[in-house]
Design a protein around this ligand. Sequence first.
Ligand code: ZN
Length: 960
Amino acid sequence: MISTGRLFRSLLLLSTLLVSFTQAQRDDSRFDFYARGPYREMVPRPQSLLRYDVGEFHTNYAMMERVLEKIAQAAPDRVRVIEIGETNERRTMRLVAVSSPENIRRLDEIKANIARLADPRKTSAAEAQSIIGSTPVVVWLAYTIHGNESASFEAMMQVLYQLAASNEAATQEILQNCVVLINVCENPDGHERFVSWYNANATGNPDPLAGEHREPWSVFGRYNRYRFDLNRDNIASTQTETRLMQRAYLEWNPQVFVDHHGQPAQFFFPPAAQPVNPNLPPGETAQWLTIFGRANAEQFDARNWDFYVRDVFDLFYPGYWDSWPSLNGATGMTYETDGGGYKGINYRRDDDTIITLRSGIAKHFVASMTTLDTAAKFRQARLKDYYNFKQSAIEEGRNGRMKRIILLAGRDAGNVNALVQVLLRAGIEVSVAREPFGSQSAHSYAGGERLASREFPAGSYVIDLAQPQKRLAKALLEPETVQDAAFVREQLARFARNERRGRGASKEDYGFYDITAWSLPLAFGVEAYWTEDAGNVRRDAVSLADSLNLNMGGVQGGRAQVAYIIPYDNNAAPALAYRLQREGFRIAVSTRTLSAGGRTWPRGTIVVRVSRNSERLHDAIARLSRETGAPVWSVNTGFYETGETGVGSGDVVALSLPRIIVVADEGVDHTSYGAIWWMFDQAGVEFTPMTIANLRRAALDRYNVIIIPDGSADRYFSAFGKGGIESLRGWVQRGGTLICIKGAAVFAALKDVNLTSSRLVGSEEDEQKGKDEAEARPQTPPASQAEESGSAQSANQKDKGRKGQTQNGQAGAKEEEQTEKLEGAPPELPPIASPSARPGVVPEAVPGAIMRATVDRTTYLTYGYEEQQLAVLVNSGYFFRPSKEGTNAVVFSPDERQGLRISGYVWPNTEKLLRGTAYVMDEPTGRGHVILFAEEPSFRGIWRTTTRLFFNSILFPSAM
Ligand SMILES: [Zn+2]
């Protein structure tokens, strides 16, 4: 009797054969995954558990776990499964160590040996040599960081099986010389969204226009639950998955690291493109990338497989999972396969050939195994260079110009502590000064001259660069990471050529893969210095546990008689204010300088009056203060000796609970929506995600705040339609607060939308346009060409080049862009009328630079900001003319004496065009407000200078 399972398998096999006959064009549809035997029979093949052949179906997480469990059970001599934690959606993340039985038995000893190589301060060259002689190299193979790059997930199981089951001589060599750490899935939640959707909808149709090649907005499995790109998150380790992987990484200290992706048209492996982060030693980095690249090339050439190297995949931004391991001393590499992902099981390329999931898996399998073969062969040399990397890092830290970085605790100690946690999670040593200390050559991050002498208070955090993690520490903390001069010259040449191109002509792309500035003290808004000296300081090392236990919350002065004061000078305060309201307490904000409890408090201070609240308040505020980390002061008399405003004054105005909608729909930028979602979850803020169709139907008066995240202005225009726009306008006039971020602000500023009096620089209605054009002309040489100059691509043109990415040339999505460039787009929606096209002088998109903005301290939007200037991110070409009818809360100074650029790359005309434009605007409309943010206030969860601006726009408008 034949079992149904076997019958099913036979039918599958038959259909597979038929498919391979009918589509002979498919490359590698018969790649043999079992050619590197003999195999141990007791270890089950993945297919025997999955009931489908490699690449015939997508494997979900639970089935993968079953395969892993069965293989581990059958091969305990070679395989050890290590649980590293849980994702947001409660999936277990794992690292699987695979090695020879001898190595598996002494895994802890190997780990300890490698840890000694990682810290040459504790390990002499002779000891290191002895360790190198006797210790396997640690190779970390990471799969599926982008959950919808599905070939990576399937390839992992084949690599695991090969290592656990094969007795082939070369595989034995790998096992003896390497501890292979398989990170089975870096983004389990995103992958599950993708496979659940794909398996339930796909028919295996190769037609690029088939629906199965375009994930709906709510699925887009590239990102994790909070729609963060985990391959950008190593900068500030905001996400659970990043934190778990960093912790495991620093426990194992691998020497080789491969991150397996799957997006472009052909396979990519290193050498990487320029620019390479200058904190890496250029010679060694290039040498090792070339060794692994050549080995892969040999295998790919032998099989007639297409591939490319360099091109766009660079090593500059330290938040990727190739640059971050590289800065830790590993040979860090990105591999991009071609099949699978949005291409599904079958996909017809522009030359009518078919690329298959199976083919994408085969290539990853070969590249993974080749990497292991190569690592085994170069075991000693790689271990030695790893030790040398750490040793030279310490020496550079000791002898380089930048020797020490100092972070002042300042007013927002919780925020500084959050930054310290990021560093500690990355294995960077931080200490805290026990007593004041000085420097004879300090440089302020705020700019200006080198200081001949500067005292720092006790409690300052000290990061000395003479440490094994020097290169990573410097890459994350230095005010500016220097760009390669030749790379910059090339970008400027392209810029000049683009300036001369006609309006309709397509422009050359630039080589920037991501943002060019991220310095953490600047992004967090922490007062910081770097020094050329590093004298002795009495200090204590800070541990992550200490740092996590530090809580700035608590009530100073005990149970209040009259009121509680919540100082609004820290990023935790808005969360406390919101949560008190959510629990039904009445709170107010002081619109003027407040005198209370013998002190004065700046405007924006939150006042919670005892008389207006129930007895429950006393316990609740103590509890919530601890939970949010926001400090509270109690006040026992309403009388004040000086000043105009006390807790009983009319200038202390009541706030109402924000009832928030966040637009969640096609056209919305995933990561912008996700950053808001994540930030709200952290703060305990409730919101209703809503599609635009529902928003058009909803009884909007139940809500008082609507947030439209960054997204496509054109898509918003067509989705809201005239009716939707008018109902938004009516709702604002009745008292609602509409918050529009970046692309949504572009939408609000469209002539036909007109929710604001601001206009985009270069738009048709931009009155300044003619003036700017006239000024811009002399820059472009021949007069005949100048006639046509000045037109960068419109926002809309660039939108089409992106899946789910909508910015005007925003960096950070090149992997997606790449698809379009090389392969023809996965089907986009049909072109629509483009009201946001900009024919005038259009600013070229800035590839993520940190700019100096000026704060208007007379508006509620800047409550909590007492500094005149603010470091903000500019990551697009969306520059907004100031509002004529409202308040421009944060602007770029028109004063030419003030430099705007703080850090990062800008174009020759960026500052000129940015001057006098507004970054945050409030336009009172009827009884409500339209608030515009030119950029994302919480970009990737990294930016903290703008956190309160965003919360202010939610908490306060209803009272103003
Ligand atoms: Zn990817």
